[in-house]
Design a protein around this ligand. Sequence first.
Ligand SMILES: Nc1ncnc2c1ncn2[C@@H]1O[C@H](COP(=O)(O)OP(=O)(O)OP(=O)(O)O)[C@@H](O)[C@H]1O
Ligand SMILES: [Mg+2]
Length: 206
Amino acid sequence: MTARGRFITLEGIDGAGKSSHVEFLRDRLRERCANIVVTREPGGTPFGEGLRAAVLHHPASALAEALAMFAARSAHIDAVIGPALASGAWVLCDRFSDSTYAYQCGGRGLEPAAFEALERLVHPALQPDATLLFDLDPALAAQRQAARGAAADKFERERADFFRRVREAYLERARRDPRRIHVIDAGGELGAVRERLASALRGALA
Ligand SMILES: Nc1ncnc2c1ncn2[C@@H]1O[C@H](COP(=O)(O)OP(=O)(O)OP(=O)(O)O)[C@@H](O)[C@H]1O
Ligand SMILES: [Mg+2]
């Protein structure tokens, strides 16, 4: 029987630098497994990408957002993440359920009990083996995004105090689950962040 692959997720506030390191991480993971599946949330399937467009661009309650995120996630697990892990591939996913906790509970005030109920319903037996949390001051993240110059989505237009709450929710979750969630100082040059990331990844996969 093929051993189940490993599931690695990237987390952090908008503009913290997650996506900038995906290729680097894919290369590091290839040293451990020939088959790496790179994917992202919300999205990862045509159904999920449709929900992503709805959630990122139209106002809705925290509960409606969380339901949409978990609907997209359910399809993503069924079609991509589950089969890949079962085949022995390793999955690198840009955002997963920790994002829903941080944004909808931390940022928007959704009851954690609602989040936990959805998590139990959608992926009762699946958690990332390792999560790399890019931690950055929201003011610096906003500067990086402004420099990027792309049109901002609904979340990226949120105010600084929203992202301070999201960041705090992520850090609180990391304090509760330090074996899974590895906090990376995402400040400073790309190369410096990369070195911290490589070292955190070695620790996470040891
Ligand atoms: N260490 C760094 N120093 C300066 N700029 C950076 C650094 N890391 C990333 N950037 C730049 O900051 C911007 C945001 O980075 P990136 O898109 O990787 O963030 P993200 O966490 O994936 O954001 P989102 O959650 O919105 O997808 C990009 O323009 C990227 O080139
Ligand atoms: Mg990104």
